[in-house]
Design a protein around this ligand. Structure first.
Ligand code: KG4
Ligand code: ZN
Length: 353
């Protein structure tokens, strides 16, 4: 089974070929064209610029992925594209390309939920059975999900305002550290004293698995605004405090989700982390500790499969194709597409999901 995957939901244009054979899954090509340089002057992703950039390079990227995998369009069994949630302009570019290729090749089209692709990515590289607990932390999403099977997700919590990556990005901007903020804060925090500045941990210690990060941003703005300029040591200490506060909050809410799992899905064996923020080493250590305490395996896909990529879209395509779950060429692009339709809508970044 060979599937082409296309990802254009945010600011990465990506195309990949993933095959599933007797030896298990194999990534035959996994190409990403990042648009960072285009958006950096604005300190965040500009939807219109993103959509045009996807349009500019997607056909070349698909051709390169096919060439790298040494296959032609006739060899694929399906074309899968991220159809939501995300920025509508980019989603339209990607789904139109996927549908066009599927139609031309006479193969099925699969409209992939970008969040489901993140949720399933760990199964591409690890033997991982359902159910498992997933912490999905990126620039656009911050959720805890119980993954019971393909298409079967229970949302345990989501953010009420900003996503964790957004909290990194916005506070990094306040510190003048540039975009994307997560890696910049992690670098700046090295050697910093996380205790010098006291920052809030919204919702920490409370029941439930929801997140909130807007108070953190406000607190950092006050600290920065109260000084004429920050020196290197202050930046390091503040970056360390921000990183610790975000990790504390994520670990606290994930702890509640682990206890939910113990009560409701005692057969679950793993805690999985995905999304760009999963690259953060302090967070990985905290989650690994939490999983060990609960007797769960800790699974973190390699960084290139944690951040937005098309291999995860192709893999989600394979997971669906082998269950016979394909879509028509009328499948819509969906800016909002919750994984758990029964979960109550929340304000903030989580609403997209
Ligand atoms: O998954 P991703 O590449 O794109 C989406 O948002 O979907 O995630 C990007 C986010 C950004 O907010 C970035 O600041 C954050 O992931 N990030 C990190 C690190 N690397 C990337 N946050 C904390 N520590 C990192 N090392
Ligand atoms: Zn993503």
């Amino acid at each position: 089974m060979i599937v082409l995957g296309i990802e254009t939901s945010c600011d990465e244009t990506a195309a990949a070929i993933v095959a599933l054979g007797d030896g298990g899954p194999q990534i035959r090509a996994n190409l990403v064209a990042a648009q960072l340089a285009l958006h950096r002057p604005y300190g965040g992703v500009v939807p219109e610029i993103a959509a045009r950039a996807h349009l500019d390079c997607l056909d070349r990227l698909v051709a390169e992925a096919l060439a790298e995998a040494r296959i032609g369009l006739g060899d694929i069994d399906a074309a899968a594209a991220a159809a939501g949630p995300g920025l509508i302009g980019g989603l339209l570019v990607g789904t139109m390309m996927g549908k066009g290729i599927a139609w031309a090749a006479g193969k099925p089209f699969i409209a992939v939920n970008h969040l489901e692709a993140h949720a399933l990515a760990a199964r591409l590289v690890h033997r991982l059975d359902f159910p498992y607990l997933l912490l999905l932390v990126s620039g656009g999403h911050c959720q805890l999900l119980c993954c019971a099977g393909v298409g079967r997700y229970t949302r345990l919590g989501t953010t009420l305002d900003d996503a964790a990556g957004e909290a990194f990005d916005k506070t990094a901007k306040l510190l003048g550290l540039g975009y994307p903020g997560g890696p910049a804060i992690e670098r700046a925090a090295r050697g910093g004293d996380p205790r010098r500045f006291t920052l809030p941990r919204p919702l920490k210690g409370r029941d439930g698995c929801d997140f909130s990060f807007s108070g953190l941003k406000t607190a950092v703005r006050h600290i920065v605004g109260a000084r004429p300029a920050l020196d290197r040591a202050e930046i390091a200490d503040l970056a360390a405090a921000i990183e610790l506060a975000i990790c504390d909050t994520l670990a606290d809410r994930t702890g509640n989700a682990v206890r939910w799992l113990e009560r409701h899905r005692p057969q679950a064996r793993a805690l999985v982390v995905a999304g760009g923020v999963a690259a953060n080493l302090r967070l990985r250590r905290r989650l690994a500790g939490l999983a060990a305490e609960a007797g769960l395996d800790f699974v973190a896909p390699p960084p290139e499969l944690c951040t937005d990529n098309a291999a995860m879209i192709a893999w989600a395509g394979i997971e669906r194709l082998r269950l016979g779950l394909t879509d028509g060429l009328d499948a819509p692009a969906r800016p909002r597409w919750p994984l758990d339709a029964a979960a109550p809508p929340r304000p903030g970044a989580g609403v997209k999901a």
